[in-house]
Design a protein around this ligand. Sequence first.
Ligand code: NAI
Length: 336
Amino acid sequence: MFSKISRPSARLFSTSSASYAKVAVIGAGGGIGQPLSLLLKTNPDITALNLYDLRGAPGVAADISHVNTSSVVTGFAAENSGLEKSLEGTDVVVIPAGVPRKPGMSRDDLFNTNASIVRDLAKAIGKISPKALIAVISNPVNSTVPIVAETLKNLNVYDPKRLFGVTTLDLVRASRFISQVAGTDPANEHVSVVGGHSGTTIVPLISQSNHPDISGKAYEDLINRIQFGGDEVVKAKAGAGSATLSMAFAGSRFTKALVQGLQGVSVVENSFVESPLYADKGVPFFSSPVTLGKNGVEKIHPIGDITAKESELLETALDGLKKNIEKGVKFVSENP
Ligand code: NAI
């Protein structure tokens, strides 16, 4: 029987509390990067914040640095090896660099632009801060995470415990959307969302939530909304991008969990990581609950008991994931 895993806020195990965590945000001048950097500035566990972007990071850093928390914020421009300098000594590198969707685009449509951006950033991380935990926000996450893995493998510095695709927004949305269906406080709602981060690769496990009885049209609508919630934002922004503010919230939550893990406080978050769960089906990366610790991934938890309907959703997700992952791996083998 599946037993519920303690959620992110739960401090499961604490051995020590390191006093220092240096976090770099790569793409800090963008729609996600700016509010994400602001939220990270309010995190007392982060003592140094390095902000890098091709455009505007020094300005964002100057602005955020006036917030009265003690972390030191430094901005880096592309000139004078700014990327490399921003990565020096970092414990966590968060990557929201790249282009976002416009109406009518799928996340996969971003592949051509973002694949090479993420590959080049991974090369720099592999050279300058190979031990950092890497949190990839740039889409399509299902492909960009394998791209980072393959690039780091080429540099002989790949550690699967240190690479994460950020799928937290799917859990944030699921918690909010189910609370709207059930008429409850989302703070008390947790829905495990597994699989990947795009459309039908997103598998919400309603049967494990507080509301396993949601069924019929309400169930179908809820699944659809969680899987395609990003489209609501893309449409409403009408060409001005995709989710940035809710993503910053989710990215900040995930970064906080990574930093807590580094500081010896084990925390569980769902993340898209190299995973043994469905590797035998040709799907070597998969998002499921992960215990985070001092070296990144401490334990990958199975998804737990699921219903027949959820098994169908999972099979569809695995088909899509296999293709997305293969596309990322192929890109690096052809464009190292
Ligand atoms: P944006 O266009 O507002 O910002 C992207 C930033 O990346 C820009 O400031 C740009 O200058 C910078 N950038 C581009 N190439 C770079 C490079 N080589 N080095 C450093 N910086 C670089 O886009 P937004 O809305 O912030 O989205 C960023 C990415 O996050 C997109 O790929 C988007 O699809 C993805 N995303 C992921 C989500 C998730 O749940 N994982 C949710 C929402 C968006």
